[in-house]
Design a protein around this ligand. Sequence first.
Ligand code: F1P
Length: 358
Amino acid sequence: MVIKPTEYGKSETYKEILSQSDVWQSVLQELKQNESGENTLGVNTRKASWLFAGCGTSFYLADAAATSWTLLTGEPAWAVPASEILLYPALARAYAGDLQAVVISRSGRTSEAVRAAHVLRKEMGIPTSGITCTEKSELEVECDSTLVLRAADEKSTVMTRSFTSMLISLQWLAARHAGNTEFCNSLETMATQFATRIHSLADRVENFTARLSFEDYIFLGQGPFHGIAREAALKVMEMSCSYSQSFHTLEFRHGPKAIVTPRTALTFFMSQTGQASEVEVLEEMKDLGGVTIAICNNANESTRRASDLVLELNLPCDELALLAPHIVPSQLMGFFTGVAKGLNPDLPRNLTRVVMLD
Ligand code: F1P
């Protein structure tokens, strides 16, 4: 084992995962105190549609942010990998009528993200904002305005708190755009109260990971939780070099369930909106012999019966405010699985912190 349990405290990645509640509180305080965020994203102007773009984790962030934006504001929003704007600009141009683009990049240096911002703003004339964790970045140069979350930046290659912090910031701005103060309060409550949950979650995930190993990992979520499922699969891939896939929960029945064996770990991100249907899939996968993990706010009896591991958040907040805390157990699963496989999540195989192209 490269990192012994007694040495977790030395891992940058581990420290960053555990710091999320504090960082979320700092980020939300900064948004609350200065209205800069709202001016940055053109939040005070109504738009016909919104385009969120990024790469890797930042693309899955764009996915979760787009569904949050539509659910909170009623305005259509969708997410694309930044590369799609470069290779198929017509996909973005079709919406150019009254479109606001938001390009997401922790580093603000990823070539595809920076180039996409340039194409959107300079070549298509689409108002383009940026959100990043890095000051004075190339992304900031290319955007009309940029929100910089310094407190959320990381030393690690793998994105964890930067993902959740940029997500809750975009959710905060969506709620402000919609005049939904109650949701902003819900985000603040979530950030504060999650501090009392994270250590017991870490202990339970560590214990579970130490006892069981798997051939492949499946992550399932619907609606706004699908972007979380996609990011969870990437976290386990990046930190433990394991085979991971993500699907819309109910889509998993339509073919992919063929792979379920007792060596398959299936993580369900249980929503409140779709819980009844999602529990049916959970029960079916348990009957197929898979190992089931349910991440939810409050588990019902059926969920408990059909799960090998139930991770309850028990947070008194809006369903959408649960997106950020839902990903944390999977960040921890990636970390502990990597360590159990003798890997070092601080030095993920084949990865660089920023993908720069010639
Ligand atoms: C995007 C990204 C990360 C990935 C790795 C390489 O970075 O693809 O998602 O984990 O660090 O870069 P960024 O554009 O958000 O800086």
